[in-house]
Write a protein that binds this ligand. Structure first.
Ligand SMILES: C[S@@+](CC[C@H](N)C(=O)[O-])C[C@H]1O[C@@H](n2cnc3c(N)ncnc32)[C@H](O)[C@@H]1O
Length: 248
Protein backbone atom coordinates (compact mmCIF):
# COMPACT_ATOMS: atom_id res chain seq x y z
CA UNK A 1 0.00 0.00 0.00
CA UNK A 2 1.52 3.37 -1.05
CA UNK A 3 1.88 5.86 1.77
CA UNK A 4 -0.36 8.90 1.37
CA UNK A 5 -1.54 11.84 3.45
CA UNK A 6 -4.80 13.79 3.08
CA UNK A 7 -4.77 17.50 3.88
CA UNK A 8 -8.07 19.28 3.15
CA UNK A 9 -8.90 18.38 -0.46
CA UNK A 10 -5.32 17.35 -1.28
CA UNK A 11 -4.06 13.76 -1.41
CA UNK A 12 -0.28 13.54 -1.28
CA UNK A 13 1.65 10.37 -2.14
CA UNK A 14 5.21 9.70 -1.01
CA UNK A 15 6.07 7.48 -3.99
CA UNK A 16 7.65 7.09 -7.38
CA UNK A 17 4.95 8.47 -9.66
CA UNK A 18 5.41 5.53 -12.07
CA UNK A 19 4.10 3.22 -9.32
CA UNK A 20 1.01 5.34 -8.57
CA UNK A 21 -0.14 7.06 -11.78
CA UNK A 22 -1.95 4.06 -13.28
CA UNK A 23 -4.24 3.89 -10.23
CA UNK A 24 -5.06 7.63 -10.03
CA UNK A 25 -7.79 7.63 -12.69
CA UNK A 26 -9.21 10.67 -14.47
CA UNK A 27 -8.30 14.18 -13.32
CA UNK A 28 -9.18 17.57 -14.82
CA UNK A 29 -5.64 18.85 -15.38
CA UNK A 30 -2.03 17.87 -14.82
CA UNK A 31 0.29 20.78 -13.99
CA UNK A 32 3.86 19.73 -13.38
CA UNK A 33 7.55 20.55 -13.42
CA UNK A 34 9.29 17.24 -14.15
CA UNK A 35 13.00 16.46 -13.71
CA UNK A 36 14.70 17.58 -16.94
CA UNK A 37 17.99 15.74 -16.49
CA UNK A 38 19.99 18.95 -17.00
CA UNK A 39 21.42 19.74 -13.54
CA UNK A 40 23.75 17.89 -11.19
CA UNK A 41 20.96 17.65 -8.58
CA UNK A 42 20.60 14.09 -7.33
CA UNK A 43 16.88 13.79 -8.22
CA UNK A 44 17.25 15.37 -11.66
CA UNK A 45 17.06 12.27 -13.88
CA UNK A 46 14.74 12.51 -16.86
CA UNK A 47 11.85 10.04 -16.53
CA UNK A 48 10.44 8.56 -19.75
CA UNK A 49 6.82 7.75 -20.48
CA UNK A 50 5.11 9.29 -17.44
CA UNK A 51 2.89 11.46 -19.65
CA UNK A 52 1.26 8.35 -21.16
CA UNK A 53 -0.01 7.43 -17.69
CA UNK A 54 -1.86 10.75 -17.22
CA UNK A 55 -5.61 10.63 -17.85
CA UNK A 56 -6.56 14.30 -18.23
CA UNK A 57 -7.61 16.80 -20.91
CA UNK A 58 -4.93 19.39 -19.97
CA UNK A 59 -1.19 19.01 -19.36
CA UNK A 60 0.95 22.03 -18.42
CA UNK A 61 4.63 21.24 -18.23
CA UNK A 62 7.41 23.59 -17.07
CA UNK A 63 10.77 23.45 -18.82
CA UNK A 64 13.25 25.19 -21.10
CA UNK A 65 13.03 25.32 -24.90
CA UNK A 66 16.11 23.05 -24.95
CA UNK A 67 14.07 20.47 -23.01
CA UNK A 68 11.00 20.76 -25.27
CA UNK A 69 13.11 20.44 -28.44
CA UNK A 70 14.04 16.96 -27.26
CA UNK A 71 10.74 15.92 -25.69
CA UNK A 72 7.27 15.75 -27.13
CA UNK A 73 4.71 14.15 -24.84
CA UNK A 74 3.33 11.10 -26.60
CA UNK A 75 -0.43 11.23 -27.16
CA UNK A 76 -0.76 14.99 -26.48
CA UNK A 77 -1.30 17.95 -28.81
CA UNK A 78 0.42 21.30 -28.41
CA UNK A 79 -1.89 24.20 -27.45
CA UNK A 80 0.14 27.23 -26.30
CA UNK A 81 2.83 28.30 -23.86
CA UNK A 82 3.36 30.95 -21.23
CA UNK A 83 6.67 32.56 -20.36
CA UNK A 84 7.58 33.02 -16.73
CA UNK A 85 9.74 36.15 -16.54
CA UNK A 86 11.94 36.02 -13.44
CA UNK A 87 13.54 38.95 -11.64
CA UNK A 88 17.00 37.39 -11.84
CA UNK A 89 18.71 34.84 -14.03
CA UNK A 90 19.46 31.17 -13.54
CA UNK A 91 22.80 31.35 -15.43
CA UNK A 92 25.48 33.96 -15.88
CA UNK A 93 27.35 32.55 -18.90
CA UNK A 94 29.15 35.44 -20.56
CA UNK A 95 28.70 33.94 -24.06
CA UNK A 96 24.86 33.84 -23.80
CA UNK A 97 22.04 36.25 -23.05
CA UNK A 98 21.32 36.25 -19.33
CA UNK A 99 18.49 33.78 -19.00
CA UNK A 100 15.60 35.29 -17.04
CA UNK A 101 12.70 33.16 -18.21
CA UNK A 102 11.23 29.69 -18.22
CA UNK A 103 8.38 28.18 -20.21
CA UNK A 104 5.27 26.31 -19.22
CA UNK A 105 3.90 24.52 -22.29
CA UNK A 106 0.24 23.55 -22.54
CA UNK A 107 -0.75 20.28 -24.22
CA UNK A 108 -4.24 18.85 -24.53
CA UNK A 109 -6.24 15.77 -25.49
CA UNK A 110 -9.72 15.58 -26.98
CA UNK A 111 -11.70 18.28 -28.79
CA UNK A 112 -10.29 21.74 -28.04
CA UNK A 113 -13.75 23.38 -28.25
CA UNK A 114 -15.10 21.02 -25.60
CA UNK A 115 -12.36 21.51 -23.01
CA UNK A 116 -12.92 23.60 -19.90
CA UNK A 117 -10.94 26.86 -20.25
CA UNK A 118 -11.45 29.93 -18.12
CA UNK A 119 -10.19 33.22 -19.52
CA UNK A 120 -8.00 34.84 -16.89
CA UNK A 121 -8.09 38.60 -16.40
CA UNK A 122 -5.71 40.94 -14.65
CA UNK A 123 -7.02 44.24 -13.32
CA UNK A 124 -4.50 46.62 -14.81
CA UNK A 125 -6.08 48.03 -17.98
CA UNK A 126 -5.38 51.63 -18.92
CA UNK A 127 -8.29 53.84 -19.96
CA UNK A 128 -8.76 54.01 -23.73
CA UNK A 129 -11.44 53.84 -26.39
CA UNK A 130 -11.03 50.72 -28.49
CA UNK A 131 -12.55 50.49 -31.96
CA UNK A 132 -12.32 46.95 -33.32
CA UNK A 133 -12.51 46.41 -37.06
CA UNK A 134 -14.56 43.56 -38.46
CA UNK A 135 -12.44 40.41 -38.49
CA UNK A 136 -11.85 38.44 -41.68
CA UNK A 137 -13.88 35.25 -42.21
CA UNK A 138 -11.03 32.92 -41.16
CA UNK A 139 -11.29 34.45 -37.65
CA UNK A 140 -15.00 33.71 -37.44
CA UNK A 141 -16.62 36.71 -39.20
CA UNK A 142 -16.89 38.93 -36.10
CA UNK A 143 -18.41 42.34 -36.88
CA UNK A 144 -16.99 45.73 -35.84
CA UNK A 145 -17.38 46.84 -32.22
CA UNK A 146 -16.08 49.44 -29.82
CA UNK A 147 -15.71 49.80 -26.08
CA UNK A 148 -14.11 52.10 -23.54
CA UNK A 149 -11.78 50.54 -21.00
CA UNK A 150 -11.11 52.03 -17.57
CA UNK A 151 -7.93 52.47 -15.59
CA UNK A 152 -7.55 49.37 -13.41
CA UNK A 153 -10.23 47.52 -15.35
CA UNK A 154 -9.95 43.90 -16.53
CA UNK A 155 -7.78 42.81 -19.44
CA UNK A 156 -6.94 39.34 -20.67
CA UNK A 157 -3.87 38.00 -18.93
CA UNK A 158 -0.76 38.21 -21.09
CA UNK A 159 1.25 35.11 -21.95
CA UNK A 160 4.42 36.63 -20.44
CA UNK A 161 3.92 36.63 -16.68
CA UNK A 162 6.34 38.31 -14.33
CA UNK A 163 6.93 36.79 -10.90
CA UNK A 164 10.03 36.98 -8.69
CA UNK A 165 11.80 33.65 -8.17
CA UNK A 166 11.45 32.17 -4.68
CA UNK A 167 15.20 32.10 -3.91
CA UNK A 168 15.25 33.61 -0.41
CA UNK A 169 12.35 31.62 1.03
CA UNK A 170 12.51 28.54 -1.25
CA UNK A 171 12.50 25.09 0.35
CA UNK A 172 13.25 23.39 -3.01
CA UNK A 173 16.07 24.31 -5.43
CA UNK A 174 13.68 24.60 -8.42
CA UNK A 175 10.59 25.84 -6.56
CA UNK A 176 8.09 27.69 -8.75
CA UNK A 177 6.29 30.80 -7.48
CA UNK A 178 2.61 30.22 -6.65
CA UNK A 179 1.82 33.36 -8.72
CA UNK A 180 2.89 31.50 -11.90
CA UNK A 181 1.09 28.25 -11.18
CA UNK A 182 -2.22 29.74 -9.95
CA UNK A 183 -3.36 31.17 -13.32
CA UNK A 184 -2.67 27.78 -14.97
CA UNK A 185 -4.81 26.04 -12.33
CA UNK A 186 -7.58 28.60 -12.67
CA UNK A 187 -7.52 28.45 -16.50
CA UNK A 188 -7.68 24.66 -16.79
CA UNK A 189 -9.69 23.46 -13.79
CA UNK A 190 -13.09 24.73 -12.65
CA UNK A 191 -13.65 25.35 -8.92
CA UNK A 192 -13.79 21.97 -7.18
CA UNK A 193 -12.06 20.15 -10.10
CA UNK A 194 -8.98 17.98 -9.53
CA UNK A 195 -5.41 18.89 -10.50
CA UNK A 196 -2.55 16.37 -10.50
CA UNK A 197 1.19 17.03 -10.08
CA UNK A 198 3.24 13.79 -10.36
CA UNK A 199 6.54 15.62 -9.57
CA UNK A 200 5.26 17.98 -6.90
CA UNK A 201 8.58 18.84 -5.18
CA UNK A 202 7.70 21.27 -2.40
CA UNK A 203 4.02 21.21 -3.42
CA UNK A 204 3.61 24.55 -5.23
CA UNK A 205 0.77 23.26 -7.44
CA UNK A 206 -0.96 21.97 -4.30
CA UNK A 207 -0.51 25.32 -2.56
CA UNK A 208 -2.16 27.07 -5.53
CA UNK A 209 -5.04 24.54 -5.46
CA UNK A 210 -5.56 24.92 -1.70
CA UNK A 211 -5.62 28.71 -2.00
CA UNK A 212 -8.15 28.87 -4.86
CA UNK A 213 -10.39 25.90 -4.13
CA UNK A 214 -9.36 23.03 -6.38
CA UNK A 215 -8.76 19.42 -5.35
CA UNK A 216 -5.18 18.23 -5.68
CA UNK A 217 -3.30 14.97 -6.05
CA UNK A 218 0.48 15.29 -5.62
CA UNK A 219 3.26 12.71 -5.87
CA UNK A 220 6.87 13.14 -4.71
CA UNK A 221 9.49 10.47 -4.07
CA UNK A 222 11.88 12.46 -1.87
CA UNK A 223 10.78 12.28 1.80
CA UNK A 224 12.28 15.71 2.64
CA UNK A 225 10.44 17.51 -0.19
CA UNK A 226 7.29 15.48 0.56
CA UNK A 227 7.31 16.77 4.16
CA UNK A 228 7.91 20.32 2.90
CA UNK A 229 4.90 19.96 0.55
CA UNK A 230 2.70 18.77 3.44
CA UNK A 231 3.76 21.75 5.57
CA UNK A 232 3.24 24.30 2.79
CA UNK A 233 -0.20 22.94 1.85
CA UNK A 234 -1.35 22.92 5.50
CA UNK A 235 -0.19 26.51 5.79
CA UNK A 236 -1.98 27.45 2.54
CA UNK A 237 -5.27 26.11 3.90
CA UNK A 238 -4.86 28.19 7.03
CA UNK A 239 -4.53 31.31 4.82
CA UNK A 240 -6.91 30.27 1.97
CA UNK A 241 -9.17 32.84 0.35
CA UNK A 242 -12.54 31.59 1.58
CA UNK A 243 -14.31 33.47 -1.21
CA UNK A 244 -12.23 32.00 -4.05
CA UNK A 245 -14.51 29.00 -4.71
CA UNK A 246 -14.20 26.44 -1.93
CA UNK A 247 -14.27 22.69 -2.35
CA UNK A 248 -17.22 20.82 -0.86
C1 LIG B 1 11.58 20.13 -10.80
S1 LIG B 1 11.21 19.48 -9.25
C2 LIG B 1 9.57 20.13 -8.88
C3 LIG B 1 9.62 21.39 -8.06
C4 LIG B 1 8.24 21.95 -7.80
N1 LIG B 1 7.65 22.52 -9.01
C5 LIG B 1 8.23 22.99 -6.69
O1 LIG B 1 7.73 24.13 -6.91
O2 LIG B 1 8.71 22.69 -5.60
C6 LIG B 1 10.87 17.80 -9.63
C7 LIG B 1 10.62 16.92 -8.43
O3 LIG B 1 10.31 15.60 -8.91
C8 LIG B 1 10.78 14.66 -7.95
N2 LIG B 1 10.90 13.37 -8.65
C9 LIG B 1 11.89 12.95 -9.47
N3 LIG B 1 11.61 11.72 -9.95
C10 LIG B 1 10.40 11.36 -9.42
C11 LIG B 1 9.57 10.21 -9.56
N4 LIG B 1 9.94 9.18 -10.33
N5 LIG B 1 8.38 10.18 -8.90
C12 LIG B 1 8.01 11.22 -8.11
N6 LIG B 1 8.76 12.35 -7.94
C13 LIG B 1 9.94 12.41 -8.59
C14 LIG B 1 12.10 15.24 -7.48
O4 LIG B 1 12.46 14.75 -6.19
C15 LIG B 1 11.79 16.75 -7.47
O5 LIG B 1 11.41 17.20 -6.18
Amino acid sequence: MTEHVTIGSCILYLADCRDVLASIGRVDACITDPPYGVTALEWDKQIRGWEKLIDAPHLWCFGSLRFFLGWKPEGWRYAQEIVWEKHNGSNNLSDRFRRVHELAVHFYRGEWAELHKETIYTHDATARAVRRKARPPHFGNIGPSSYVSEDGGPRMMRSVIYAPSCHGEAVHPTQKPVEIVSPLVQYSAAPGATVLDPFMGSGTTGVACAKIGRRFIGIENDPGYFDAACRRIEEAYSQADLFAGGVA
